[in-house]
Design a protein around this ligand. Structure first.
Ligand code: FAD
Length: 284
């Protein structure tokens, strides 16, 4: 299908992009990899009058360390994330989950920032950034601000970003040395998750000292599973992990669609949390 007509600009700096977004008001949208926005436009579910293509702005791709914090540019493609040595070392969970996103064609175009700004609760990376306790850095006409991931995802396809703000980077405290695993349940290969679980585990003398669990597609936003996380602390064997994973759906409100009922999603969250944490803790 053909999208509705729109204007198009391709700024060369962050400042130019922000100015274009501010001038375009509510009718302007950032175009990153276009892997979510363009299908929505073709389906006539999104009608931006102006696309601000951020693909040629230097400095928004790749990664660097700032002390113990890994900084990843928002325009880094999924393929770039997957093959980035710093990401693999300091945010292995992000690399593992990115490997499950779509197919190579989508991964070569789609970006980390685009996935987070789009805020689809069925997307894999938002729950991962929550579990990694990341921060998102946005630049707008009022300057630069840092938004903790837990405050970023506000509702279904909604974020704390203002329409004239550009997400420029994602900051992730290093989890080098933590165990990690992303468990995704999907109907067919290379599809969105029916439910996904991101697990991060810090071990101490064979037991779990601290666990973080991020949930994909268990509500209108990505979620953490605080009851399961609390119950997992101190778990020393597979039986204890599975018992604690039984708390994973506490407080969630999963949706019903053609793939699954809320009850089935809750069941999946419990089972997949057990599997993900066991794998992350090396107890599987
Ligand atoms: P775009 O489509 O360009 O933009 C998406 C939205 O974010 C737009 O509203 C745009 O204005 C906004 N935006 C983008 N960048 C910024 C920025 N820097 N600052 C502010 N706003 C911004 N994802 C998964 O997680 N798992 C999957 O299994 C999966 N499967 C897919 C299968 C197919 C066939 C396709 C087409 C997509 C799939 N995706 C999946 C989505 C994919 O990961 C997209 O790349 C991602 O959701 C959007 O990234 P993008 O760079 O293409 O963003």
């Amino acid at each position: 299908m053909i999208p509705p007509a729109f204007d198009y600009v391709r700024p060369h700096t962050v400042e130019e992009a922000v100015r274009a977004l501010a001038d375009g008001g509510e009718d302007a949208k950032v175009l990153a990899g276009g892997q979510s926005l363009l299908p929505l436009m073709r389906l006539r579910m999104a009608f931006p009058q102006l696309l601000v293509d951020t693909g040629r702005i230097p400095g928004l791709r790749g990664s660097r360390m700032e002390g113990d914090t890994l900084v990843v540019g928002a325009m880094t493609t999924h393929h770039g994330v997957l093959h980035d040595a710093l990401v693999r070392r300091h945010a292995g969970l992000l690399a593992a989950a990115t490997a499950t996103v779509a197919d190579p064609a989508v991964r070569h175009r789609g970006t980390l920032g685009g996935s987070l700004a789009h805020a689809d609760p069925a997307a894999d990376l938002p729950a991962v950034i929550l579990a990694l306790e990341g921060e998102l850095v946005a630049v707008g006409p009022r300057g630069r601000r840092t938004i903790p991931a837990r405050e970023f995802f506000t509702d279904y396809l909604e974020t704390a970003l203002a329409p004239d703000e550009l997400l420029v980077e994602v900051r992730l405290p290093s989890t080098d040395g933590w165990g990690f695993h992303y468990e995704k349940f999907q109907r067919v290969a290379q599809a969105y998750a029916i439910v996904g679980v991101a697990a991060l585990v810090r071990r101490d003398n064979g037991s779990i000292a601290e666990a973080r669990v991020g949930l994909t597609n268990m509500g209108s936003t990505p979620l953490r599973a605080p009851a399961a996380e609390e119950a997992l602390a101190g778990a020393g064997d597979a039986a204890a992990v599975k018992r604690a994973a039984g708390e994973a759906a506490e407080g969630t409100r999963p949706s019903r669609d053609t793939s699954a009922s809320p009850e089935y999603r809750a069941h999946l969250a419990r089972v997949l949390t057990g599997r993900a944490v066991l794998a992350a803790a090396g107890m599987g």
